[in-house]
Design a protein around this ligand. Structure first.
Ligand SMILES: Nc1nc2c(ncn2[C@@H]2O[C@H](COP(=O)(O)OP(=O)(O)OP(=O)(O)O)[C@@H](O)[C@H]2O)c(=O)[nH]1
Ligand SMILES: [Mg+2]
Length: 314
């Protein structure tokens, strides 16, 4: 049972009182990482408040240098595009978010992290474009340490690697290094520049990566980009639940919750006072055996469910 959000805000305020901006930003980031993953409802408000506080702490003079590299999380999840130099990370960020970032046919085009929002199933997912990583980055080669520090606070890693045009290249050292540094983060793999590889090279790559959540794409032709979006959504571990007010059609805007959330979690995300006043709920969608099934508070919802809550008078 998470700490109620008002109490959480008080605790955070107390923790940052009197701190230098740089320490304040550090404490705030840690607090953000502890929050339940709701985007809407009271925890969503709390999240936005913390993000605004971080922005304020990091734009003050004196804090700038330390935090120039750090991109605060926005949207429902932050996913990092990670890979060797020249892999097509920035091209992919541009293709998925429209954000104009430098793209170049040479390594280390990207020298600072950039971000963009990919709207996936109506929910804003923040993608980070990071400088390329090289072997030894964990010992500080390139900007490896700073890049790994940013990866550590994201919600998932999307490894970006060109599909070897001739097939048969060895497994990537970057992947091994990052997975060793952040063993708990979920990850998936995108093979880029598919337009430069022939069919047998693509099949060989897919076969070598069998068992890994992976897709192949090309930002030059647009091929596979929808699959990349699906892969990112799955990586976030989030699901959409559509509230249905009694006697009215379901809302078009979903509430975004962590996968595995229950009716009780949904009620809490909808309104801070509802959790203790929940009556039975009616569910239509993937988690329901039939449309309008009546379920209890512990019922686990699934992506795409429509839920009608009954709220007892308080
Ligand atoms: N043919 C083809 N070229 C691509 C594709 N994606 C990227 N490129 C090219 O590959 C080169 C590197 O692309 P970037 O997006 O800058 O790669 P990056 O991974 O961000 O590189 P760094 O920032 O240096 O780490 C550029 O010349 C791109 O135009 C693709 O799908 N097909
Ligand atoms: Mg780049």
């Amino acid at each position: 049972m998470p700490i109620p959000h008002q109490e959480m805000r008080r605790i955070i305020k107390r923790r940052i009182r009197g701190l230098e901006p740089r320490d304040r930003a550090r404490v705030l980031r840690a607090a953000l990482a502890e929050l339940p993953g709701y985007y809407s409802g009271p925890y969503g408000e709390l999240r936005r408040w913390i993000e605004a506080e971080i922005a304020e702490a990091t734009t003050r003079r004196g804090a700038q240098h330390h935090d120039a590299y750090f991109i605060a999380r926005q949207g429902v999840a932050q996913v990092a595009l990670v890979g060797p130099p020249n892999a097509g990370k920035s091209s992919l960020l541009h293709a998925l978010t429209g954000r104009a970032v430098p793209v170049g046919d040479y390594p280390f085009t990207t020298v600072r992290p950039a971000e963009g929002m990919a709207v996936l199933h109506g929910a804003p997912v923040q993608l980070l474009d990071l400088p390329g990583l090289i072997a030894g980055g964990d010992e500080g080669r390139g900007d490896g340490r700073a890049v790994l520090a940013q990866i550590r606070v994201t919600d998932g890693v999307l490894f970006v690697e060109p599909v070897p045009a001739e097939g048969g290249a060895p497994r990537d050292v970057v992947r091994e290094m990052v997975r060793a540094a952040v063993p708990d983060l979920p990850w998936a793999l995108v093979g880029t520049k598919a337009d430069l590889a022939n069919v047998s090279a693509i099949l060989a790559w897919q076969e070598r990566e069998a068992g890994v959540a992976q897709v192949v794409c090309s930002t030059a032709t647009g091929e596979g980009l929808d699959n990349v979006r699906q892969l990112i959504w799955a990586l976030t571990g989030l699901m959409r639940v559509y509230p249905k007010p009694p006697g009215r059609p379901p809302a078009t805007e979903p509430v975004v919750l962590p996968a595995g959330s229950t009716v009780r979690d949904f009620g809490r995300a909808m309104h801070r006072d509802w959790e203790s006043r929940l009556g039975p709920a009616r569910v239509t969608g993937p988690s329901a055996r039939f449309a309008g099934q009546t379920v209890g508070h512990a019922h686990r919802l699934q992506d795409g469910d429509v839920v009608e809550l009954t709220i007892k008078r308080g």
